[in-house]
Design a protein around this ligand. Structure first.
Ligand code: G3P
Ligand code: MG
Length: 246
């Protein structure tokens, strides 16, 4: 059976739009708003350290530049990932997954680790992240692993088959059933714009839990929950909080 211990509302990139994304400060902000689960994006440095960053490149969310995954951790650790957002967060660094796990433990938060490989290192990233997640989350609710990369999910499945997996889709795929079956996914994670009631019914009939992103309109969130969506990933962590009532 499909065990889904996760809450209905998940804070996107740690603190949604209320903090610099994918930082420890963002996780603290998510916790301050009472969130019990966060989503974040994990990738590898050139020397195999797992850290959080959404884009392949550093420019948008830090004072660094270039492809992050082509740099060693010694260089990445010097990057300021907070100032781009506001002076209040100056000096915030890119976090290592191990520090993220510790912070989640401190706050009693669950995690959706989105495996976000640098282009070309999907298999290695899926494997290394899954193995680390298994170790780091011991004694906590297992982290939900997800990815747009089928290759990364396959590698995660092989490395740590017991960790729950979700297939991420930004466009509808007619082979969703075959893919989620082969990858033994507990869930499918969809751009909410892809969903209607008929698709939700088909996905649920297949035994999948449904997580949608990124829902920032409370009315839309209420509709999706009424339709039977299991979890909503949001940037509006203030408006769509843990006590959000559909
Ligand atoms: O995991 C849900 C969502 O984060 C996927 O899209 O681009 O925000 O990582 P993105
Ligand atoms: Mg993400």
């Amino acid at each position: 059976m499909n065990n889904w211990p996760y809450p209905a509302i998940v804070a996107h990139r740690g603190g949604g739009k209320l903090a610099p994304e994918n930082t420890l400060a963002a996780i603290d902000v998510g916790a301050r708003y009472g969130h019990t689960m966060i989503e974040f994006d994990a990738k590898l440095s050139r020397d195999g350290q797992i850290f959080l960053l959404h884009d392949d490149t550093l420019e948008r969310t830090s004072n660094g530049w270039g492809i992050a995954g082509h740099l060693d951790w010694d260089d990445l650790v010097k990057v300021d990932a907070g100032s781009w957002y506001s002076g209040e967060f100056k000096g915030e660094s890119l976090p290592l997954l191990k520090d993220v796990a510790a912070r989640c433990r401190e706050h009693g938060m669950m995690a959706n680790i989105e495996i976000k490989p640098t282009t070309g290192v999907d298999v290695q990233t899926g494997k290394v992240v899954a193995l680390a997640a298994r170790d780091l989350w011991q004694g906590m609710t297992p982290p939900l692993l997800s990815s747009f990369s089928v290759a990364a999910l396959e590698a995660a499945q092989q490395a740590a088959p017991e960790l729950p997996r979700g297939l991420l889709l930004d466009e509808w795929r007619s082979d969703w059933r075959e893919l989620t079956t082969r990858l033994e996914c507990v869930s499918i994670h969809l751009n909410h714009k892809l969903l209607d009631e008929a698709r939700i019914a088909a996905l649920k009939a297949a035994g999948l839990k449904i997580l949608v992103y990124t829902v920032n309109n409370p009315q839309r969130a209420a509709t999706l929950l009424r339709w039977g969506v299991d979890s909503i990933c949001t940037d509006r962590i203030d408006e769509i909080g843990p006590h959000f009532n559909a």
